[in-house]
Design a protein around this ligand. Sequence first.
Ligand SMILES: [Zn+2]
Length: 143
Amino acid sequence: MEKRWCNACGSAFEPRPQSPRQAYCSEPKCQTARKLLWQRTKRRTDADYHQNQVEAQKAWRTKNRAYWKNYRDAHPEYTDMNRSQQRRRNAGRFRAPLIAKSDVSSPWPPPAGLFRLTEIHSDARTVPKSWTVHLSPVAPLSA
Ligand SMILES: [Zn+2]
């Protein structure tokens, strides 16, 4: 019988005769990974499917309004983790302004000194890196 390697866990398995293109073994975690990938791809590529999912989730939320409140009450560790992650995201979001203003009143070029250089991110989930840099003019500044 033909052997294949699972796309999720990498272990060898024999594909079932009913599924000649089988790429995942039958372990529940691998089947979950397969289903998740399928669903993500489907949502990204099929606008009707995506819209149906959005509407079904909205209908479910309307029908089960207390679900998340009950879940948070029963899982305080989830609430704490969520809260700390949101604090981290907010810290990245509300730092010093990311865009230089053209009408700013500070002198240009800036005088020599220490400055904070902050990476600009379009992805709000990651915290931007910052460096302290020392700027010193090569030629004397004109007054
Ligand atoms: Zn597997």
